[in-house]
Design a protein around this ligand. Sequence first.
Ligand SMILES: [Zn+2]
Ligand SMILES: [Zn+2]
Length: 259
Amino acid sequence: MEYLWALLVGLGLAQVATLITTVYLHRVLAHKSIQLHPAATIFMRFGTWMLTSISPREWVAVHRKHHNFSDVEGDPHSPHIEGYWRIMIANVYYYRREANNDNTLEKYAADLPYDRLDKVLLRNGTLGFGLTGVILALLMGLGPGLVALSTLAVVYLLLNAAINGAGHTFGYKSFQNDATNLRLLALITFGEGLHNNHHARPASPKLSAFRGELDPAWPVIRLLVALRLAEVVGKVDEGWENHRRRIPAPTAVGAPTEN
Ligand SMILES: [Zn+2]
Ligand SMILES: [Zn+2]
């Protein structure tokens, strides 16, 4: 029973980590479509450190490079270049390979230099994740604590691999780019599964574009705005041509098509 509980705690933490990733690392830092109140920023920085062990400067640099070279030579993690299963299984390897490249960090994350808090504490991602492990073990016992921590790590890595792998392979396209939309993946990644929409309009703070698509991070962002903890900077629908698709929605064979 306590191991089942540990599994649920791990899944819950993986969702929190995914929410922090899409709101803070992705929409706030990488694309600057949202600004956060300093109190929210500190919460996000410690959340990133303790739940993902990611360096925001590295994540942003790798991600911006991905946008710059989407699915062509130079993309840090393209399933079209490396192969679908390699990205699904070894996404973290491809991420680290690029994150270790100082030139990439200087070129793509010059606006995010390390500050004092990074230098003394947050750059040590292993320490943050280890601290989470210690807290979980103290609260739940060593065995269940380790199960919760492992579940967090495995689920978080899998979801990110799915965005980079499946999100450039399976699903439908509303816009002309190499990424794809997966509604189900969007539900468990706080909207990131709507990856075709995102590549069409990276600066949009909201990832859903059409009826039937749900970006679960958007109501959270609206709540942060209502609490004056966030401000939306990018235009929600800019570039999406009043919600008209650039690629016509597929029609059933024989059905009358619009002209
Ligand atoms: Zn992508
Ligand atoms: Zn992006």
